[in-house]
Design a protein around this ligand. Structure first.
Ligand SMILES: O=C(O)C(=O)C[C@H](O)[C@H](O)COP(=O)(O)O
Length: 216
């Protein structure tokens, strides 16, 4: 699947599920639960030991059409390259690392780079990042996105951190191309309640659809 198609599918779906699974098996169960709830994009973070094995397992278990698998918390090009060789279709970083963006562009893999300020957002775009991950989202809120989109209407912003089904409408209405959600979506995994993840995924998608309808 080409870079533009990956980006389009992520934006269409509207939500990237941030997965901090402890094992490949748990990641697979979270992925299954998210897919059953209609989600398409999952990001496995590199804070999880052996994250590339989990990415590899998910990339083998699902076709690129079924699941858009990404690597999160990627701090450097070395990690990015390993993740891509393991099957990651996009790369997410908590901050801008220009070499990671260069690597992403070299292999035509989308890079979502983290930013906290207007200066950092512009630097991400200038460096060639495809999506700006506003992180940590809970420190700013949707009002920040609305304000930033005044001078920078072209900025493709995806907030991550503190996004839940109760506030996702506000984020989308503020102009975000998509959102990232971890804790509020995958909490059920801690107690083995994967049905709760599916239900929350459905709820997220319903809220995103409502926000997009309202914005038309
Ligand atoms: O490390 C990364 O790559 C991240 O994306 C940072 C956080 O894990 C997300 O911001 C999830 O935050 P919550 O949705 O509030 O759980």
């Amino acid at each position: 699947m080409g870079k533009q198609q990956v980006l389009e599918r992520i934006c269409e779906s509207g939500l990237v599920a941030v997965v901090r699974a402890e094992t490949g098996d748990q990641a697979k169960r979270i992925a299954e639960a998210c897919l059953a709830g209609g989600l398409q994009a999952i990001e496995v973070t590199y804070t999880v030991p052996g994250a590339h094995h989990i990415i590899e397992e998910l990339a083998k278990a699902y076709s690129a059409e079924e699941l858009i698998i990404g690597a999160g918390t990627v701090l450097d090009p070395e990690t990015a390259r390993i993740s891509v060789l393991s099957g990651a279709q996009y790369i997410v970083s908590p901050c801008l690392n220009a070499e990671t963006v260069r690597l992403g562009n070299r292999y035509q893999v989308p890079v979502m780079a983290g930013a906290m300020t207007i200066k950092e957002i512009v630097e991400c775009m200038e460096a060639g990042a495809d999506v700006i991950k506003l992180f940590p989202g809970e420190l700013f809120g949707p009002a920040m996105v609305k304000a930033v989109k005044g001078p920078l209407p072209q900025a493709p912003i995806m907030p991550t951190g503190g996004v839940n089904a109760g506030n996702v409408q506000d984020w989308i209405k503020a102009g975000c191309v998509a959102v990232g959600a971890g804790g509020s979506l995958t909490a059920g995994a801690k107690t083995g309640d994967y049905a709760a993840i599916t239900a929350t995924a459905r709820q997220f998608l319903a809220e995103i659809a409502k926000a997009r309808l309202a914005g038309r």
